[in-house]
Design a protein around this ligand. Structure first.
Ligand SMILES: C[S@@+](CC[C@H](N)C(=O)[O-])C[C@H]1O[C@@H](n2cnc3c(N)ncnc32)[C@H](O)[C@@H]1O
Length: 269
């Protein structure tokens, strides 16, 4: 079943984490994604709608269709769009690998934190390209867990972070995919490809970002794989607890710093 393969799961805590993540870095990731009035946009893998709200607000006159394989997530996404009184988004449960749309139906395709969970990201891009109009754009945003460093560093915190990378790989995903966006878009024969790194650097002069990104996005993401990390004997419980505490501590120390890079790629069909 697809759900057991999704490293972060579909819990309430993960839903909250996705909203916190989207809001913490919304300007950094979305400021340059604005679709023209009347254009038809497909958002693939919308999850609980954390990015959908930002996407729709930035392009209030575009017609957005947001899909996800999880019906439960789609329902949550619909609730948050309704709560925000946003009217330009339609939701549909659909699998990226069996898209229920005619070829060349959309002017633009958008996907965020989606390819990292797929065993076949290159195939997903080819499927999405089919429903994109010629000369339409595909925008893809992914993180790269290899881009993460922080101060103070401890062996246990580094090990806990590496568990996240190993477990996602174990489940068939790739949390190091950000660095591969250019070759993936090239393999799918997109033109005019542009990939830009979007670095989040935080120190104690930005307490709000420290809280929303480190405490509410990064730490819960690591803590979410505790069961698998211990079951797979990647770490013992004592080291795990110290590692996750050390990550949280970064956000409380006056000299704590944290760095992570997202990658945003745009290609034209
Ligand atoms: C990490 S979430 C990202 C959600 C959203 N884009 C965000 O950034 O908040 C990845 C989403 O991809 C969805 N997904 C995984 N495989 C899929 C597939 N084959 N087709 C459609 N959605 C899929 C999952 O259900 C999950 O909601």
């Amino acid at each position: 079943m697809f759900m057991s393969k999704y490293v972060h799961g579909y819990t309430e805590r993960e839903s909250q984490r996705l909203y916190d993540q989207a809001n913490a870095v919304s300007g950094l990731l979305h400021h340059d994604t604005i679709y023209p009035p009347g254009s038809k946009v497909l958002e693939a893998g919308c999850g609980i709608g954390a990015q959908t709200v930002i996407l729709a607000r930035n392009s209030l006159d575009a017609e957005i269709t947001s899909i996800d394989i999880s019906l439960d997530s789609i329902e949550k996404a619909r609730d948050s769009i309704d709560k925000e009184k946003i009217a330009n988004v339609h939701f549909r449960q659909a699998d990226i690998f069996k898209l229920p749309f005619a070829e060349e139906s959309f002017d633009h395709v958008f996907l965020c934190f989606m390819l990292e969970h797929l065993q076949k990201p290159a195939k997903a891009l080819l499927e999405l390209k089919k429903v994109l109009k010629t000369r339409g754009s595909l925008t893809v945003i992914e993180g790269d867990h290899g881009s993460c460093y922080f101060y103070p560093e401890s062996d246990e915190a580094l090990q806990a972070w590496r568990c996240l990378i190993r477990i996602q790989a174990y489940l068939g995903g790739n949390s190091l995919i950000g660095r591969q966006l250019f070759p993936l878009l090239e393999q799918a024969c997109f033109h005019h490809i542009n990939v830009s790194p979007r670095m989040v650097y935080i120190d104690s002069s930005k307490p709000e970002l420290m809280d929303s990104f480190v405490n509410k996005t990064i730490c819960p993401m690591v803590e979410g794989v505790e069961k698998q990390a211990l079951a797979l004997n990647f770490m013992d419980k004592t080291s795990w607890d110290k590692g996750t505490q050390d990550l949280h501590r970064i956000a409380t120390l006056p000299d704590g710093t944290f760095c992570y890079t997202f990658f945003k790629g745009v290609g034209i069909k």
